[in-house]
Design a protein. Structure first.
Length: 300
């Protein structure tokens, strides 16, 4: 991951359209679609102005090539937007296939992963990650709240465009001019970047920022949104979790593992696994703990 000016922007209405498309799929299979937009800031920052679904699924394929070509012809030729890449929602294995398709087969530049949870008729956005490949190796970043622009794109509200997009799972024309989808679960870019204040803390280094982003990404993937804060005296990073639980990261993380605090005052030092991703070890330990608590219904 990189913090070298890496940022994707998209309108809240496009994120809402993606969520509604995923909802219509019933989460029973991978789902995805096209990202159309423009480049800004010397052609390094993509701004997503219009998204579609992948067209009618055929032979189990997420993306219908014939319909994607039709979409691209309409949007690119008539409205001067570029086909920058794709958005995708699916398993880790399916995500790897999507990466190969977008960056190796189609030679496009942008891939946006969306992670959601469905509760009855409601769909909750747990998080997202985008990968950009422009004049170099792919770079990735979590989707932050600051990456989401207010309201609908002017292209979403332009009926001469939306009426030409046929066979969509969700009508391209928005049902309301007000975006109602809630994306408060996305982490704050400001909160993450302002954490880098002390050169003695693990999160102040380039590698530390990567660890911090990975922790957010893995927690979001597990349906957990930590509340990040810092000790006012030591500047040690703390993640607050539901139920009053807290993860306390030492200044020299990941050399030393964090401490997990329970609301009743008890605590334990997380154990390091041999090899592997230390950030995933931390998140997996928390997920396993909460799963055991849920199954036993007992105290800590």
């Amino acid at each position: 991951m990189s913090q070298s000016g890496l940022q994707l922007l998209l309108h809240a209405g496009e994120l809402e359209y993606i969520a509604e498309t995923i909802k219509r799929s019933k989460l029973a299979e991978p789902v995805g679609g096209c990202l159309f937009g423009l480049w800004r800031n010397s052609l390094i920052q993509p701004v997503i102005q219009f998204v579609t679904d992948g067209g009618p699924q055929k032979y189990g394929k997420v993306f219908n090539k014939e319909y994607i070509k039709i979409y691209a012809d309409i949007v690119e030729k008539n409205h001067r937007l570029l086909h920058l890449g794709f958005w995708f929602c699916g398993s880790e294995d399916e995500q790897e296939k999507a990466k190969k398709m977008v960056f190796e087969t189609l030679k496009l530049n942008v891939l946006l992963f969306i992670n959601v949870s469905k509760n009855g008729n409601n769909l909750e956005l747990l998080g997202g990650e985008y990968i950009l490949k422009k004049n170099g190796p792919p770079e990735s970043s979590p989707l932050f709240r600051e990456d989401v622009l207010d309201g609908h794109s002017s292209f979403r509200l332009y009926e001469p465009l939306t009426k030409k997009i046929k066979d969509s799972k969700v009508p391209p024309t928005p049902a309301s001019k007000t975006v109602r989808f809630n994306f408060d679960n996305l982490p704050s870019r400001v909160q993450v970047e302002e954490a880098v204040t002390s050169d003695r803390q693990w999160y102040s280094s380039e590698g530390g920022m990567t660890h911090l982003q990975l922790l957010f990404q893995y927690f979001q993937g597990a349906g957990i949104t930590p509340d990040m804060s810092r000790d006012t005296v030591t500047q040690d990073m703390q993640f607050g979790l539901s139920g009053g639980y807290v993860i306390d990261f030492p200044a020299n993380f990941p050399q030393k593992m964090p401490t997990f605090h329970a609301p009743n005052g008890r605590k334990f030092l997380m154990k390091r696994a041999s090899g592997g991703d230390v950030c995933k070890v931390v998140v997996d330990a928390v997920v396993d703990f909460f799963a055991q608590q849920s199954s036993s219904r007992g105290g800590y």
